[in-house]
Write a protein that binds this ligand. Sequence first.
Ligand SMILES: [Zn+2]
Length: 83
Amino acid sequence: MPRYQLRADHVRPGEHEVPHWHVARVGAVFALCTRLLDPVTPVLPIEEAEYVPVERRCARCWDRAFPDEADGDKVSVMPPAWM
Ligand SMILES: [Zn+2]
């Protein structure tokens, strides 16, 4: 079972004005949304994900990391194997 963590990105000209949080495997160079992460970005434990404001989340990362929490029509029909 891979370990995941939250990684902030750096704001670049023309993008959003505040850092967004991505989900990545521990030690990975790319986030789940395939964005290349800076090696010195701030890190949070994955358990903090639910406290990150929606406007600060990378939607693609959250969709991949937490598919059951996606809105309405995207909720998977089958429960996870561990339920
Ligand atoms: Zn992302």
